[in-house]
Ligand binder design. Structure first.
Ligand SMILES: Cc1ncc(COP(=O)(O)O)c(C=O)c1O
Length: 393
């Protein structure tokens, strides 16, 4: 169906033919439509609902906070207990050099602000990013994302951006004493789950330190348990200077964060004062939801259960039409022969009660990123539908 029919011309469309499922209710890993048909949410809309829908602890935390107050002031003026508690919880789970959080509203805003902080801290303006990267859709984040076709009609974007090849150690020579920051997804999401090598990441860290360039890790998608560690940087034994989060952080509520040392972060409070500001950043209800979510996901037993679930998906999806599966934890890309097969498979799976989804740029692959709480039985059920779909396309 066309967007104007689905949304009655009252909601602005983002594509000519959206999926258009009318979801009335969601619980655990299931979504329920207007006819009470149920769907396994195998994408967690996208990489967000990591503890499933309506997790009782998250719902209780939101309700408790609503009983106290919702929005009372813009970010950074009043002391709001739940906002500070979330920042302290994050600090307790992160290295000492990532002890200060600034809460914002989305992934793209977190990256915009991280880039501003890097410019402010270094006095430089050049930013290096990577081919096939995706960092968001506002103008700064779009400037440091790849996919030139999608950017074309929105130029001019911000100047001073250079792109590097992932895993090219020689390419790191592009990082110099003029570079403010390098921004990288520690596992590229929209590129179809591309995992950089340990050697490359170590060399990248060294080159940034050598040149006084700030290393920004965009963990909007990889953060908060998605890859089997609380933060994906833990896979590489290196620490970024600035970390950005969103998506899975909020347990279904909108929140992002950029995080660095207090020394770095305090730069945004002077010269100019109010160097980054936001009305809704650190919304207390969103912070309450994020705090409960983080308490659940940061439990060691919860985290260690994630990688075996990813392995189970890879093991169950053993159809000959699958060309490759790239994954870490529960962040997966499944590659088929072409875009047409992907389109047909997604249509089949949705019709048969399993939600899988496209990547923006990697059109011969589909994504799987279920709630981290998904059970083995639910994984098997979803994979059976996908395998049947592959028989049928
Ligand atoms: C790695 C990465 N960075 C940034 C973003 C943008 O986040 P948001 O859509 O919350 O602005 C996304 C969203 O998909 C992402 O995957």
């Amino acid at each position: 169906m066309k967007a104007q029919e689905i949304f009655e011309k009252h909601l602005a469309p983002t594509s000519p033919s959206p999926m258009g499922l009318q979801i009335i209710y969601a619980k655990g890993v299931y979504l329920y439509d207007a006819n009470d048909k149920k769907y396994i949410d195998f994408i967690a809309g996208i990489g967000v609902s990591s503890v499933g829908h309506q997790h009782p602890k998250v719902v209780a935390s939101i309700k408790e906070q609503l009983g106290k107050h919702a929005h009372i002031m813009v970010y950074g003026e009043y002391l709001q207990n739940v906002v500070l508690a979330l920042a302290k919880k994050l600090a307790s789970l992160l290295p000492e050099s990532l002890s200060a959080s600034y809460f914002v509203n989305s992934g793209t805003e977190a990256n915009e602000a991280a880039i501003k902080l890097a410019k402010r801290a270094t006095g430089r303006h050049k930013i290096i990013t990577f081919y096939k990267s995706y960092h968001g859709n506002t103008q700064g984040s779009m400037s440091v994302s790849d996919n030139e076709t999608k950017k074309q009609n929105f130029r001019p974007l911000i100047p001073g951006i250079e792109k590097m090849k992932l895993n090219s150690i020689e390419g790191l020579e592009a990082i110099t004493e003029q570079t403010a920051a390098v921004i990288i997804e520690p596992i590229q999401g929209d590129a179809g789950v591309r995992i950089p090598s340990q050697a490359f990441m170590a060399a990248l860290r060294n080159k940034c330190s050598e040149t006084g360039t700030l290393l920004i890790f965009d963990e909007v998608q990889t953060g908060i348990g998605r890859t089997g560690k609380l933060f994906a940087f833990e896979h590489y034994s290196i620490i970024p200077d600035i970390l950005t989060l969103a998506k899975g952080l909020g347990g279904g509520m909108p929140i992002g964060a950029f995080i660095a040392s207090y020394d770095l972060m305090q730069l945004l409070s002077h010269n100019p004062m109010l160097g980054h500001i936001t009305t809704f950043g650190g919304n207390p209800v969103c912070c309450a939801s994020a705090l409960a979510t983080l308490e659940i996901i940061s439990e060691p037993a919860f985290l260690t259960a994630i990688e075996p679930k990813g392995q189970l998906i890879a093991q169950e999806l053993n159809h000959p039409k699958i060309k490759a599966i790239r994954r870490k934890g529960l962040m997966l890309a499944v590659e088929l022969n072409n875009e047409e097969q992907v389109n047909k498979l997604i249509t089949y799976c949705v019709a048969h009660g399993v939600i899988i989804y496209w990547f923006l740029s990697t059109r011969n692959s589909f994504r799987i990123s279920p709630p981290l709480t998904i059970s083995e039985a639910e994984i098997r059920e979803a994979c059976e539908v996908i395998n049947r779909g592959l028989d049928n396309i």
